[in-house]
Design a protein around this ligand. Sequence first.
Ligand code: GLA
Length: 384
Amino acid sequence: MHDPAVLRSKHNARFHAEPAVFVAPGRVNLIGEHTDYAEGFVMPVAIDFATLAAISPRADGKIVLYSENFEEERTFEAAALPATASKHWSDYPIGVAVLLAGEGQKIPGFSLSIWGDVPLGSGLSSSAALEVVTGLAITSLTGVTYPGPVLARLCQRVENEFVGANCGIMDQFISANGKENHALLLDCRDLSFKLAPIPADIAIVIANTMVKHSIAGGDYPTRRRESEAACAIINGHRGGVPFLRDATLEDLEKWGNEMEPKSYLRAKHVITEDLRTVAAEKALENGDLAEVGRLMAEAHASYSKDFEGSCPEADAMVEMAQDLPGLIGARLTGGGFGGCTVNLVQRDHAKAFAETLGSRYFAKFGIQPQIHICHASGGAHRLG
Ligand code: GLA
């Protein structure tokens, strides 16, 4: 649990004002990778790592942002918000203010202190947590609050339109709408979702390869373009396929020979991943953990081989988990090319699992991975 008292008193000391404090979690995705922007299915859980924001109004029309993590302050004018990003951590919170203003909200001056423990650049959605917590904080001052799904869409637009990262809705959605002890099967087309219970005796073990992940870099948008090119070919033939969500494996077999080989493989991953994700939710609901594990293994193989979204370290981390006692399923999670693996593990075995996995990884790569035993936490809310 995150205690708001420390951030509250630091905010008070810095800005001489009593703040309201909010929290928004990071996430891991159990299954459903690179399906969100294809209007398909994802199944993330919110995790114990989170970002906190303390906010208080100001009378001078300034927006003052302070990051406890970076020990750095940035000042803006509420009446003259920036038009473009500056490749700085402040892009995320100020981008939220910019998008809210674009929605017709009158943004007042405020002081915002930020602190978080979501590891940065690890594929655990630190930026989504920062956007969502800022959205909650600012709208608490404007008085025009949004339901979770609407706030999530606005925060996704911050990434797409202000920061310049072409991501889907998954990360912001789970941060805003997560539910304790549950994964969320999200239909990224209409944002309807179903809660899938995570049994109490299952731990979510997150193993960080320590290979930096970024969605702003070249690989994520390249994979997205490649898969969308395949979709356009299918759509050109039979129509009604604006997104890969609407395509079938039969479509792919029929017109695959017209696609670049890479596009074919990316689309194959996306189409099969949607099927696996829906099946994994059903398996969780039925308590069929062996099936969940099998689907996770298949998903990793597809992500690594067909989508080429993995890296040698993540493949090894998944491989090294296979014979460890208590493992239900393991795969690379998030945007890819580094970051973390997610492992569902019988809780009694979780500690030993983490230790052995860590020492195996260190023995192979000479890098000490951070391994966290988490549970599915709740979504963003006010702390006090
Ligand atoms: C990143 C993006 C998400 C999603 C995943 C891949 O986390 O932010 O929108 O596309 O990658 O599943």
